[in-house]
Design a protein around this ligand. Structure first.
Ligand SMILES: CC(C)(COP(=O)(O)OP(=O)(O)OC[C@H]1O[C@@H](n2cnc3c(N)ncnc32)[C@H](O)[C@@H]1OP(=O)(O)O)[C@@H](O)C(=O)NCCC(=O)NCCS
Length: 182
């Protein structure tokens, strides 16, 4: 299903690079098994969260124009991790992803963040196609993608191997022309 990209009527989140001072805040949601239920990672140990935050900070410092891996900040508090990255330079393809603290679900923050990721992906990253995959039962994430103007392309059979079990993924995408026409 295709829907038109919806701009949030107000923006409440700020986005910035991670620093090591963010590890505790990120770990609050990255260690929550409800948050990571449909993810290919987690629930994290503190060491895993620290490694994620450090690698995101290093990638940001590299400034190689291949990815944005950012903290989503609400009133000074990190409430989520959001990213858009190039998967294929020659074809200008990329992906995006997002995770938010459970206390802040259902308030439109992920949809607002996707709007920013699309701006970065189709802007500085110069992508032509941005895709996202999610677990077939992750209805919240599917809804975010639909609200953000993504088109459902199909079900990828046995796409991910998570904790020794293979599972399907739902594949969504948005093209530059979808984005500019919306
Ligand atoms: C998926 C996730 C990012 C959504 O964040 P969010 O800030 O709550 O998203 P939004 O508020 O922008 O939109 C969520 C939409 O899903 C809907 N939704 C959420 N759970 C739902 C459910 N169980 N059944 C039906 N709709 C649901 C909400 O009602 C809302 O739609 P609406 O605006 O039409 O009412 C958040 O739940 C999360 O961090 N989950 C864990 C990590 C994750 O799954 N990341 C994505 C991996 S692909």
């Amino acid at each position: 299903m295709s829907t038109s990209t919806r701009e949030p009527t107000e923006t409440r989140l700020d986005y910035r690079a991670f620093t090591s001072a963010d590890i505790a805040a990120v770990h609050e949601y990255a260690s929550d098994p409800v948050v990571t239920r449909w993810s290919t990672w987690g629930p994290n140990t503190l060491e895993q969260t620290a490694a994620f935050v450090e690698s995101a900070a290093i990638a940001h410092r590299a400034q190689n124009h291949a990815a944005y891996s950012l903290a989503a900040v609400l009133s000074g508090h990190v409430i989520g991790s959001v990213a858009v990255w190039t998967t294929d330079f020659s074809d200008h393809n990329g992906e995006l992803g997002y995770t938010f603290h459970r206390a802040h679900w259902g308030k439109g923050y992920a949809t607002e963040a996707v709007c920013e990721l699309l701006r970065l992906g189709f802007g500085p990253l110069e992508l032509w196609r941005i895709s996202a995959t999610c677990h077939p039962d992750n209805v919240g994430s599917i809804r975010v993608l639909e609200k953000s103007g993504f088109t459902f392309e199909g079900r990828l059979r046995s796409h991910r191997a998570v904790n020794g079990t293979r599972r399907d993924s739902m594949l969504y995408s948005i093209l530059r022309e979808d984005y500019t026409q919306a």
